[in-house]
Design a protein around this ligand. Structure first.
Ligand code: HEM
Length: 312
């Protein structure tokens, strides 16, 4: 579980790193909601009995975002990007998937993430703090090339790969189970960076996506990577060796959402919001996220999530 760190400690560390602005998501403050659908492949139903994986097309609410907690962050600034998806189940309930451009997380625990945020806080000593953090965290040091790619300015939200990082246990109708990690892979093909990106408008990623959607839907393959025997199911900073990857469906983004987040409506993408056939692993970062997201919701809306929060 999350140890002694409180969600308010996390918000405070995020604030010291430049995020947690009133009225905005504490991180991923700048983002746009879209509508779309999800249709699972026949392989999906063999891996999980979850209702949205039975092959029928279900509605999806999608949010593309920049990782920064600064809602004014220009799209040309380096940083991770997010792709969060909420699937509507046949009974009207929802289940969420939350992904970002980094293939590995920067820490294995919430406390470790707070240490990274603390080292990153702006100021004269920041380079020194970061250097010291990297030298004392060899796994993070080794992951630097992966993280550098994930922080590059993309040419488009639609040509970027996104990763779920945590392990989830998928349980089939026959009761057999396996741990998987999620990957959303653009059907348009992945490009690492956009050469002229920095000179474009501060909202060029949303503008580009809207122009692309005017020409037709944007598609992502939803792939799951099945854990190999040595792969950690509790550490999102540990690379996986498992080579078995199964395409379990297609996410189709069709256009802007105009309904949600008006008049006090709250949207939260929470990876702990799973459904029958999908179980959260014991990854402490995954379990802490619900608490941090509730603290962020309180900050941005004043509302205690209460019953809206999935069970921890
Ligand atoms: C301890 C670790 C983490 C903390 C403290 C944290 C914190 C936050 C907070 C406070 C928010 C705003 C939530 C809201 O107001 O709805 C957020 C959003 C987000 N986070 Fe995290 N996060 C963590 C780990 C991760 C990881 C591992 C991923 C990637 C898999 C991730 C991806 C996202 C995405 C995509 C959003 C935007 C969701 C949206 O569009 O509404 N986060 N995070």
């Amino acid at each position: 579980m999350a140890g002694s760190l409180s969600p308010d400690d996390a918000i405070e560390a995020i604030r010291s790193a430049g995020g947690a602005r009133p009225g905005c998501r504490a991180l991923h403050a700048k983002g746009t909601l879209y509508r779309g659908t999800f249709t699972a492949t026949p392989e999906a139903a063999r891996l999980s009995r979850a209702p949205h994986l039975d092959g029928s097309t279900v509605p999806a609410l999608i949010r593309f975002s920049n990782g920064s907690g600064n809602p004014e962050q220009p799209d040309g600034a380096p940083g991770v990007r997010g792709l969060a998806v909420k699937f509507t189940l046949p009974d009207g309930a929802t289940t969420d998937v939350s992904t970002q451009t980094a293939r590995l997380f920067v820490a294995s625990t919430p406390e470790g993430f707070i240490d990274v945020l603390t080292a990153m806080r702006p100021g004269l000593l920041q380079p020194l703090r970061m250097a010291r953090h990297l030298l004392t965290h060899p796994r993070l040091f080794a992951a630097l090339p992966v993280l550098r790619d994930a922080n590059t300015v993309p040419a488009s939200y639609a040509t970027t790969e996104y990763h779920g990082l945590h392990a989830f246990r998928w349980v089939g109708a026959d009761g057999n189970a396996r741990f998987v990690r999620y990957h959303l892979v653009p059907a348009a093909g992945a490009k690492v960076s956009g050469p002229a990106a920095h000179s474009e408008s501060p909202d060029f990623l949303t503008d580009e996506l809207d122009a692309r959607l005017a020409r037709g839907p944007v598609r992502f393959d939803f792939r799951v990577q099945i854990a190999g025997p040595q792969d950690s199911t509790v550490d999102p900073s540990a690379p996986w060796q498992g080579t078995q990857v199964v395409t379990v469906g297609t996410l189709e983004v069709t256009g802007l959402d105009t309904e949600r987040e008006h008049g006090g409506d709250i949207v939260v993408f929470d990876p702990m919001r799973v459904t029958d056939g999908i179980e959260a692993s014991d990854d402490p970062v995954l379990r802490f996220r619900t608490l941090a997201y509730s603290a962020s919701v309180k900050l941005r809306t004043g509302v205690d999530r209460g019953a809206q929060a999935p069970p921890v």
